[in-house]
Design a protein. Structure first.
Length: 181
């Protein structure tokens, strides 16, 4: 079982690249907002209950995928409400069940990030779309990203289109391609 843990700043293309990577490999795509949105439907973002339940649900899903030998692509935006050491706990839970975690870091220049932030597609999962809030939190987001594990692959999403980025990840990590039966 492989877990490809794609992380990067807001609007760096994580979900778009994850979907393409899932298409190429047949891995399931576990977009972090699936859990964020579920928990936020009951508890306000950032509250103690929200933070605790969000992490528990992320880790439970990763554990069950590893136990079932179901490879997946997980998308994650490092930010201050996530408890310190989450990425290592995710790696540990997958490895304890016999899987392997590979980290992929995406980056995007600030000007491009701001252009992407207001794209209508970001509304699908209630993603951050406020330029003012992004600018206010940018350094906190950057500090959270610096605490992430060293990636096996790093991609500037302005340099590669999503399909090219996904193919670069497949090559760099020697991932199997989905069968085309």
């Amino acid at each position: 079982m492989e877990m490809i843990f794609i992380y990067g700043p807001v609007a760096s293309g994580k979900l778009t690249i994850a979907r393409e990577l899932g298409r190429l490999t047949g891995f399931s795509v576990f977009h972090n907002h699936l859990i964020v949105d579920a928990v936020a439907s009951v508890f306000p973002f950032g509250t103690e209950q929200f933070v605790r339940l969000r992490e528990r649900m992320w880790l439970d899903m990763m554990h069950e995928a590893a136990v079932a030998a179901r490879s997946l692509v997980f998308t994650f935006a490092p930010e201050p409400s996530v408890a310190e050491g989450f990425a290592q706990r995710a790696r540990d839970i997958v490895e304890a069940a016999g899987g392997r975690t590979r980290f992929v870091r995406l980056s995007v220049p600030a000007a491009e990030q701001e252009k992407r932030l207001v794209a209508p597609s970001r509304a699908e999962f209630g993603k951050l779309r406020s330029l003012d809030l992004l600018r206010e939190l940018r350094e906190q987001f950057a500090a959270s990203e610096r605490a992430m594990p060293e990636p096996q692959v790093a991609i500037d999403t302005c340099a590669l289109a999503p399909a090219e980025a996904a193919r670069a990840i497949v090559r760099a990590l020697a991932l199997p391609l989905a069968s085309t039966k």
